[in-house]
Design a protein around this ligand. Structure first.
Ligand code: ATP
Ligand code: MG
Length: 585
């Protein structure tokens, strides 16, 4: 392929909307183009990489016996009514009507459609297990689309669904997918970690997220070097502070003028933040959007509230809760801005972190302006509707498994696998007849890989970019080799460049020839920006049959003969093109 013939435009400037390396570099390298907020188009080079990621995914799925199908982007609302998710899915779902007013959505995922397909076709235990998948665009009207393809509103996802006779079968299918995902992400050149995950709105009994480790990621994981703990921070259980066995002191209301924050009240009363109780006030909504109830959540003053744990104990979706308008809430519940405590509230669900029930003589708001209580004790001075672990596991907190201090890391969730059980098969009547002709619900799993997110996450790995541009792993690079003719019009350079290009192409290497009439500096900058793994340069020494050879990953250039350059490139491409060499690292 000749670069002069390719639709391709690089940018020197950093586009304003881009903040993280992968987004900046994909735009600068002209691999993607923004169409609207959270909606992107893939340009020829970018699309080649996406297709390579898809091929790796297909190979690994097929190796586990999964079969590829393709369903429509349009999904009828009735199917979602059957599973109960039409009203439960929330504002991320794109809803559309046909001309007759029938309701559809643009599929954000496809549990219902796949369950529907299988319930019609599979009737006997002899036809199970079965796992089918698709690679297709998914649509989610994200509240805050950002970081380009990382969180977009139209993205490519591989999703597959396993159907088993029983839970043992599901465990086997799940383990197969765990292995397949490990292979996919390894071959794509990611540094990643599978972590235990919350099952969230999809529901089910077990889940892992595959997190590509990098500082720009939106996910936070907690892990322990002393044991196997690896989990999303959202899901991580916390160890409560040990039981305080001191005497309960008499409850006292104290004047604390203007001390609305934990820091202010702790300073004013000269007590550590650990002796205070923090209040967080919310309103929750019903599925039809009407107001449900007020919620006051309490954690120790130095702690953070874990929203996922809170919505889980309340049994609601994340989108069905938001911070309350405190003035409106005050009229009904008696809360008072920065002076709300667990005693003195009415008409409000009180959720207290389990740790607080073990602590003595705490300080909390008195539900009265400029006043706090001191020596507050759970059981004597206040009670809760729900006592549960609702706090965030912080870096350095004791590991919930072994007690050693936990560590935190940031990353990008590139895939997730779920054990669904019968969550969809039961309500949707996806059953089979067992050996005794008895009807049983199929036991399902579902498994997703964000193809477009992976595309971008690969670049954010520290080893896959530098200040000059992208460094694609061979397995997903748009081309394996770029051959640069330093000066177009120079007969030796042109002849040599073309000779290398043709020889590599004949050997099955994907090669691009930079034959543009551009200054050499522009060509070298573009080659680095594009991140093609091997660069061969036909410059002045071409007249003597010599060229420069460079691996993008290290900046060292060597001068070699044309034959040697061709041989070295073929050898390296052969060794790395399927990404399996990463298994030996
Ligand atoms: P997130 O928590 O990041 O919103 P999710 O847990 O809702 O993602 P899943 O339903 O598990 O996502 O979807 C499977 C995969 O699809 C995710 O692991 C992720 O890689 C990808 N994905 C999900 N939402 C988006 C999005 N808005 N843009 C790009 N990829 C996405
Ligand atoms: Mg997920």
């Amino acid at each position: 392929m000749k670069l002069s013939k390719m639709h391709f435009k690089t940018l020197r400037e950093v586009p304003k909307e881009a903040e993280i390396p992968s987004h900046i570099l994909l735009l600068r390298a002209g691999m993607i183009k923004k169409t609207a907020a959270g909606i992107y188009s893939y340009m020829p080079m970018g699309w080649r990489t996406v297709r390579k990621i898809e091929s790796i995914v297909r190979e690994e799925m097929d190796a586990k016996g999964c079969q590829e199908i393709r369903t429509s982007v349009l999904q009828p609302g009735e199917l979602w009514e059957e599973s109960g998710r039409w009203s439960a899915y929330g504002p991320e779902m794109w809803r559309v009507n046909d001309r007759g007013g029938r309701e559809f959505c643009l599929g954000p995922t496809a549990e219902e459609v796949f369950t529907d397909i299988i319930r019609g076709d599979v009737t006997s235990y002899k036809q199970l297990p079965l796992s089918i998948y698709q690679i297709s665009n998914k649509f989610r009207d994200e509240a805050r689309p950002r970081f380009g393809m990382m969180r977009s509103r139209d993205f490519i996802m591989k999703d597959n669904y396993s159907f088993d006779r029983d839970y043992e079968g599901l465990d086997a299918s799940y383990n197969d997918m765990y292995e397949a995902y490990t292979n996919v992400f390894t071959r794509c050149g990611l540094t990643f970690r599978p972590v235990e995950a919350d099952t969230g709105a999809i529901g089910g009994s077990g889940s892992h997220e595959f997190t590509a480790l990098c500082e720009y990621g939106e996910s936070e994981i907690a892990y322990c070097d002393s044991c196997d703990l690896a989990t999303t921070v959202e899901k991580a259980a916390c160890v409560d502070a040990p039981e305080d066995t001191s005497e309960m002191l008499p409850l006292e209301k104290v004047y604390t003028p203007g001390t609305k924050t934990i820091d202010q009240v702790a300073d004013f009363l000269e007590i550590p933040k650990e002796k205070t109780i923090k209040a967080l006030l919310f309103i929750t909504y019903n599925e039809d959007g009407s107001e449900k109830e007020y919620v006051a959540a309490f954690v120790r003053g130095d702690r953070e509230l874990n929203m996922i744990k809170l919505v889980n104990v309340l049994g609601i979706h994340e989108y069905a809760i938001e911070f309350a308008d405190e003035e409106k809430m005050a009229e009904k519940t008696g809360c008072v801005g920065g002076f709300t405590g667990p005693a003195g509230l009415s008409d409000c669900r009180i959720v207290v972190d389990s740790e607080l029930t073990k602590l003595k003589n705490m300080c909390a708001g008195a539900c009265e302006t400029d006043h706090h209580y001191i020596n507050m004790n759970y059981g004597r001075d206040y009670e809760a509707d729900i006592v549960a672990d609702i706090k965030v596991l912080r870096e350095g907190d004791p590991c919930p498994v072994c007690g050693a201090p936990v560590k935190h890391a940031r990353g990008v969730e590139v895939g997730q696998i779920f054990k669904l059980g019968t969550k969809y098969s039961e309500p949707m009547g996806c059953t089979y007849k067992d050996e005794n002709q008895k009807d049983r619900p199929m036991v399902m799993g579902c498994y997703g890989i964000g193809i477009s997110r992976t595309f971008q996450a690969i670049i954010d790995m520290p080893q896959n970019h530098d200040e000059n541009g992208i460094i694609w792993p061979m397995s997903v690079a748009p081309y394996h080799v770029i051959v640069t003719i330093v000066k177009s019009g120079d007969a030796d350079m042109e002849r040599t460049g073309l000779e290398i290009h043709d020889a590599l192409e004949a050997a099955g290497v994907e090669v691009i020839l930079d034959d543009r009439k551009e200054r050499p500096g522009v060509k070298f900058k573009d080659a680095d920006l594009l991140g093609i793994p091997i660069a061969i340069t036909a410059g002045r020494a071409a007249a003597e049959g010599r060229v420069e050879y460079k691996n993008r990953a290290d900046s060292e250039k060597i001068e070699v003969t044309v034959e040697a350059a061709i041989r070295m490139a073929i050898e390296k491409v052969e060794k790395e093109r399927d990404g399996r060499h990463y298994f030996n690292k």
